[in-house]
Each structure stands twice: as structure tokens, then as C-alpha cells.
Write a protein that binds this ligand. Structure first.
Ligand code: 3DU
Length: 256
């Protein structure tokens, strides 16, 4: 299967094959766990041809269990030759970060997200080391999408030379230095995407959540420099998820 393929190549190949920059975020809410599993599987099955990756977060791990039904869902996505990202936002000391990442990788996830506020030494460094050794990916939060995100990611700090700089600019520089496989910047902050893109160049792709329900525009995010857009509710909460995903995908290609 895809096991030997490095994450960054895996998602690039899938994006080319499906002609889609859309990463499907699965954060469904159902009180009944059987119903949650069935509905999530149905969304995966119906939209898989319109997306380049699928993303889970704790919302799904908590009710369905990592080595239980989440692994079944991960395998379903992999059968369609699509990579799976765990939006773990890893943010602790190195010892626990390493074990957390190892569990997600063992369960089949191809990449994890991490919070650069944790820092590198004794923080995210073990996660990067393990990911590189296993051909997995690490995506770093550079600026989140919700309005309160600017309180932390947008605050002004002093860089190593004592110059005033935005926190997200520092994180973009770190994403580059640490060899991140992606940088996450909210679609609700298109000017920030453009600034981050100017720091990162083309080596570290930008993933942009916040399209649709959160108010961000897919076309503006891509025009500003995002390579991938993370979309959840606008797809899985619509009356026809397959159609919504396909319409979003089509809107991103000049001719199809
Ligand atoms: O708003 P939506 O339903 O399209 O979901 C967005 C997804 O992206 C959701 O899974 C959330 O956890 C994730 N995300 C953000 O919304 C903002 C970030 O900065 C990072 C991840």
C-alpha cells in the first residue's frame, strides 16, 4: 500500500489524482456511538473521490476509541489510497509527546499536528525525530482560525535580535527550521496566509482551516498561498456531503 511513501508525497499524489486540495475534517457529533461510526463511515465513502486527505481530531477518538473503531475508519480511508491526519495539536513535554505521536502512528495515521508553543528541545523534537524515521508528517500550527487565535498567535514578541515581530512569524520561521511537513494558518486570516507564505516559500505547504462555517473563503485562502484547505461542517453537515465536497473541489480547478 502507501506504507513506504513519505507523507508529503502521499498527500501531493492524492491531491493530483483527485484534483483536489480539500482535506476533509471529520468532527461529527452524535450522542449514539454506533450512529456516530456509521455516519462517519458514510461521509468517508461518499466524499472520498473529492478530497486529498482526511483529518480526525479528539472529537472522534474519545467516543470511538483509537484502536477500536477509529482504526477501522483509518483503514477505510487508506483503502481509498488517501492519507489520514490526526489533529492532535501535540503540546506537552517531549516524553509524553513522543508516546502520544507513537500511538497515532501505530494506529495508522500518516501525520500529526503539533503546537509550536511547546518549543523544540524536550518538546516537539522527539515527535519530529520519530516522524522522520517513519516517513510520517508533522504539521505545525502557525496561526489558528478562530477570532481569539490572534491573542496568542498574533501577539507581538521580540525576536532573537530584539526586533518586534508577530508570534506567527516566529512560528513560520520555526516550521521551516524544524523541517515541518506543513504549516496551519486559518482561512479567516488571508493576509496572514500571504505573510506566512512569503516566509515559507514553497518548501512547507500551508494547510488552511476555517473555510465556510467559520467565515473563511476557500478561493481567498488558496489565492493567498494555501496549498490545502481543511473543511468540515460545510461538507458533512450539508444535505448532500458528496455534492458539497465535489462543488468545493470543482471551484478550485480552472477546467475539469
Ligand atoms: O470549521 P469546520 O467545520 O470546517 O472545521 C475545521 C476543522 O479544522 C476542525 O476539525 C478544527 O479542529 C480544525 N482546525 C481549525 O478549525 C482551526 C485551526 O487552526 C486548526 C484546526
Amino acid at each position: 500500500m502507501h506504507a513506504q511513501l513519505e507523507f508529503k508525497r502521499f498527500i501531493e499524489d492524492t491531491a493530483k489524482r483527485n484534483k483536489s486540495p480539500i482535506v476533509l475534517a471529520l468532527d461529527l457529533t452524535r450522542e449514539d456511538r454506533d450512529e456516530l461510526f456509521k455516519r462517519t463511515l458514510k461521509v468517508i465513502t461518499s466524499v472520498s473521490r473529492s478530497v486529498c486527505a482526511v483529518k480526525f481530531n479528539h472529537q472522534m477518538i474519545l467516543p470511538l476509541g483509537l484502536y477500536d473503531r477509529v482504526t477501522t475508519l483509518v483503514n477505510e480511508v487508506h483503502e481509498r489510497k488517501i492519507p489520514v491526519i490526526m489533529d492532535a495539536k501535540i503540546n506537552d513535554i517531549g516524553h509524553t509527546n513522543e508516546f502520544i505521536a507513537s500511538q497515532y502512528f501505530s494506529a495508522g495515521f500518516d501525520a500529526v499536528t503539533a503546537n509550536p508553543f511547546a518549543g523544540f528541545k524536550d518538546g516537539l523534537e522527539p515527535v519530529f525525530r520519530m516522524a522522520k524515521a517513519q516517513q510520517k508528517g508533522v504539521l505545525v500550527l502557525v496561526h489558528m482560525s478562530h477570532s481569539g487565535a490572534s491573542e496568542g498567535y498574533g501577539q507581538i514578541v521580540l525576536d532573537e535580535k530584539g526586533q518586534r515581530i508577530s508570534q506567527f512569524e516566529v512560528f513560520a520561521q520555526k516550521a521551516l527550521r524544524w523541517g515541518a511537513d506543513g504549516a496551519i494558518v486559518g482561512a479567516t486570516f488571508p493576509e496572514t496566509i500571504a505573510r506566512v507564505r512569503s516566509i515559507l516559500g514553497t518548501d512547507v505547504p500551508i494547510y488552511s482551516p476555517g473555510v465556510g462555517v467559520q467565515g473563511g473563503s476557500l478561493s481567498r485562502a488558496l489565492a493567498a498561498g494555501a496549498k490545502y484547505a481543511i473543511v468540515g461542517r460545510s461538507i458533512y453537515e450539508s444535505d448532500d456531503p458528496a455534492k458539497s465536497a465535489e462543488n468545493l473541489r470543482r471551484s478550485t480547478v480552472a477546467s475539469d
